[in-house]
Write a protein that binds this ligand. Structure first.
Ligand code: SAM
Length: 410
């Protein structure tokens, strides 16, 4: 394979020598202990197309690594999936999983995403995780992917987050200055050097939440990478604009919303709630410093954003169908009104549910509209008042901002 003129051969060498993520034996080995990949249409269909879409999708997994394409084909058996990558080892792993799981809906090709046009195909959905930030020219990469999207297609990207990785880049720069490469000997030296970092170094928090760093491939990917850059929220909006796309939404939107990040009583909550979604995201990213990566969806510019943006003040709100997130787990005896909190666990967050929220969760079954949810509650004896409408809007907006529900806007 000839690399695209846009590619950096050092990146290819790195992923051939240190395939990442670390290969898994079977997909069950990944999912049984609770592993999943965000952006999966089988889990997040209405986050991707709130307006609805055909279920049989053509999907491209660009820079598929060792198992993302196989996982996607396995979880979405009615969809046709193409996985491309420039590293032979990643492709060999993907082919092994294809054979092991009998994935007839998966094609694996050695191809740079810069050359995706050579496939002569337009896709409904493109997943590209952990790749764009390793490209010498991320905008050119996203443009190439955008050109391979259908008009109503959606691009899901994961890029590194600046806020959480500031210390990582300090350490990378230190290791570069010391001439460290990616050999076993250099990895051992780098690991030892990290033991001697001064207390309170900016990388501490990142290391503390990254147990995978024990693995050499993850260590190289983080601290000895041939090329990587990180993005903040402004950079992401700029990236979309430069690639002639528009921002659609965050995969884990609770991290970017004032409503879900600042509890009532926080001194900045009321002012923060008045900011635009973009400015809320900028502010929350900076406040929490908790995003080591950003996962989000982009669309073609021609698509009317009203198609994918729920409006909680609109008349159409009553026709929306709330779909509980597959990542949501409820702890406690729901809607009994008995003492003790009922907790919503969602993607690492824990949030106590009000009694009204609990009641709505008992009727939001993924098929009822919000209007039917309210009717069902009233048939079960709930007392409705003048405030019920405003309260219903507030409950569902909060569910949505916390990511507890997806919304289908038929
Ligand atoms: C960090 S891994 C991520 C793998 C996978 N997307 C995942 O999330 O598990 C980055 C992958 O992108 C691949 N890659 C880098 N540049 C590429 C390009 N221009 N075209 C296709 N793949 C590329 C690398 O070979 C590597 O397998």
């Amino acid at each position: 394979m000839v690399l695209s003129v846009h590619d950096n051969p050092k990146v290819q060498n790195q992923y051939e020598n240190w395939p990442y993520p670390t290969p898994i034996k079977t997909l069950d080995d990944f999912t049984k202990p609770g592993g999943f990949l965000l952006g999966d249409p089988s889990f997040e269909f209405f986050n991707i197309w709130p307006e609805g879409h055909e279920r049989t999708l053509s999907i491209l997994v660009a820079g598929c690594g060792t198992f993302q394409a196989a996982y996607t084909a396995w979880r979405n058996p009615t969809c046709q999936v193409v996985g491309i990558d420039i590293a032979k080892t990643s492709l060999a792993e993907s082919r092994r999983l294809k054979a092991h799981h009998g994935l007839d809906n998966l094609e694996i090709k050695r191809l740079s995403l810069f050359d995706v046009a050579s496939l002569g195909q337009a896709f409904d959905y493109i997943l590209c995780s952990g790749v764009v930030h390793h490209l010498p020219d991320p905008v050119a990469g996203v443009r190439a992917l955008s050109n391979a999207l259908k008009d109503d297609g959606v691009l899901h990207l994961m890029v590194y987050g600046k806020a959480m990785r500031t210390g990582v880049y300090m350490v990378q720069s230190l290791f570069k200055a010391m001439g460290l490469g990616q050999s076993k000997k250099d990895i051992a030296l780098a690991r030892e050097a990290l033991q001697h970092l001064p207390k309170g170094h900016a990388v501490e928090r990142y290391i503390a939440i990254s147990p995978e760093l024990e693995d050499d491939a993850a260590f190289v990917d983080t601290f000895l990478n041939a090329q990587d850059t990180a993005f903040d929220v402004r950079d992401i909006y700029d990236l979309a604009e430069a690639a002639d796309l528009q921002f659609q939404g965050w995969s884990d939107r609770h991290r970017y919303s004032v409503m879900s990040t600042l509890n009532p009583g926080h001194p900045l909550r009321e002012t923060g709630l008045k900011l635009s979604p973009r400015d809320q995201a900028i502010a929350m990213d900076q406040l929490t410093q908790g995003n080591g990566r950003h996962l989000f969806w982009l669309r073609k510019k021609a698509c009317d954003p009203k198609r994918f943006t729920p409006d909680f003040t609109s008349e159409a709100f009553w026709t929306y169908v709330p779909i509980p997130s597959p990542y949501l787990e409820i702890e406690g005896p729901i809607a009994t009104g008995k003492a003790g909190p009922v907790l919503a666990h969602h993607l690492g967050t824990i949030h106590p549910l009000s009694l009204a929220s609990q009641l709505f969760l008992t009727v939001a079954d993924g098929s009822r509209s919000i209007k039917s949810c309210l009717k069902a509650l009233s048939e079960r004896g709930a007392q409705l008042s003048d405030e019920s409408e405003a309260m219903t809007r507030a409950v569902f907006q909060e569910f949505y901002e916390r990511g507890h529900i997806q919304i289908h806007m038929p």
